[in-house]
Ligand binder design. Structure first.
Ligand SMILES: [Zn+2]
Length: 204
C-alpha cells in the first residue's frame, strides 16, 4: 500500500468518524465526538468493528468508550460476518482482535472526566488498541486534556490527522453557544456575498 493511499484511508476513516459525530445530540456542556474502531488490513481499508458517538449509549457516555462497548457486545455470528476469513467453527476473541485494532476519533480521547466516569484514554489503554488517529486536539473548554500523552505513555501509537481539524472542532462544539452559531451564520453570509460579488465582477 503506498503512502498516498494510506493517507487517503486515514482521511476516509476520520470522515466516517465525523459522520458519527453528526449523530450526537448537541449539549452546551460536552463535545460532540464520533469514532470508528477498525481492524486494519494491508490490502485495503480494513474492517470496521464498531462505531460510536457521544451520548449514544445511556448515561453521559463518550464516543470511544461507546465504540469499545459495542465491539464487546458483538456476537460470534456478527464477528464471523465481519471476519469471513476466520473458519466458521473457530471462536473469535474480541479482546484479541482489539489488540490489533485502530481507533479513529474526531477529537483527542479524554483523560479526565468531571462526571467521575472512566476517561476514554483509560478505556483505549485497557483494550490495548494498537493505534489512535485523532482529528483534532481537545480544546480546554472544559478541562485540560492529556489524552494523547497518556496513550503515548502507555505505548499506543498516536497519529494526528491533518486537514479536518476545523470540521472536527465545528462538530465538537455544536450547541455550545449562540454566539458561535451567529459567527458561522455571518461566515456563511460573507462567503455567499463574496461568491455573488465575484460573479458580478466577472460579468462586468
Ligand atoms: Zn471520552
Amino acid at each position: 500500500m503506498s503512502e498516498t493511499s494510506g493517507e487517503h484511508i486515514h482521511i476516509t476513516l476520520i470522515r466516517l468518524a465525523l459522520d458519527e459525530a453528526r449523530k450526537c445530540e448537541p449539549t452546551p456542556t460536552a463535545f460532540c465526538v464520533g469514532c470508528v474502531l477498525v481492524l486494519p488490513s494491508d490490502s485495503g481499508p480494513g474492517v470496521i468493528l464498531a462505531r460510536g458517538f457521544s451520548r449514544e449509549l445511556p448515561g453521559n457516555t463518550h464516543a470511544e468508550a461507546n465504540a469499545l462497548t459495542k465491539a464487546h457486545q458483538l456476537s460470534q455470528s456478527q464477528l464471523h460476518d465481519l471476519l469471513p476469513s476466520v473458519p466458521a467453527q473457530m471462536h473469535i476473541d474480541v479482546d484479541d482482535i482489539l489488540t490489533r485494532a485502530d481507533i479513529y476519533t474526531t477529537m483527542e480521547p479524554c483523560s479526565v472526566r468531571t462526571s467521575g466516569l472512566a476517561p476514554c484514554a483509560d478505556a483505549i489503554i485497557a483494550a490495548k488498541l494498537r493505534r489512535c488517529y485523532i482529528g483534532v486536539g481537545e480544546p480546554d473548554d472544559f478541562v485540560n486534556c492529556e489524552g494523547a500523552r497518556k496513550l503515548v505513555d502507555a505505548g499506543i501509537e498516536v497519529h494526528w490527522i491533518k486537514g479536518l481539524e476545523e470540521d472536527c472542532l465545528r462538530q465538537a462544539r455544536r450547541g455550545h453557544d449562540r454566539s458561535q452559531v451567529e459567527f458561522h451564520m455571518i461566515d456563511l453570509l460573507y462567503n455567499l456575498l463574496t461568491i455573488l460579488f465575484n460573479r458580478q465582477t466577472n460579468r462586468s
